[in-house]
Design a protein around this ligand. Structure first.
Ligand SMILES: [Zn+2]
Length: 91
């Protein structure tokens, strides 16, 4: 490896060696991370990151995550209900 590549390698290693987020919660799964993940600064120093399994939105607090899930479920059931209702009205 030539010195320039080696230097770049080293720099890359320096930037990415700190595993910033330890675990993620994705739906019902809790997953340990392996590497550095380039999330926005605001999210880069949390121990656990919550990721919505439906829309992949990431959140740093379990409260927000819970609220987001409830909202999504509500939206989903509501659109289903509308669909069903319009079907009944047509026939
Ligand atoms: Zn979502």
């Amino acid at each position: 490896m030539d010195p320039k590549t080696a230097a770049l390698e080293k720099e890359h290693e320096e930037v990415t060696k700190v595993k910033n987020i330890n675990t993620i919660e994705f739906g019902k799964y809790e997953i340990d991370t392996w590497y550095f993940s380039p999330y926005p600064e605001e999210y880069s120093n949390v121990d656990k990151l919550y990721i919505c399994e439906f829309c992949l939105k990431y959140m740093k607090s379990p409260k927000t995550y819970q609220r987001h899930k409830v909202f999504f479920l509500f939206l989903f059931s509501f659109s289903f209900f509308l669909f069903f209702f319009s079907y009944l009205m047509k026939n």
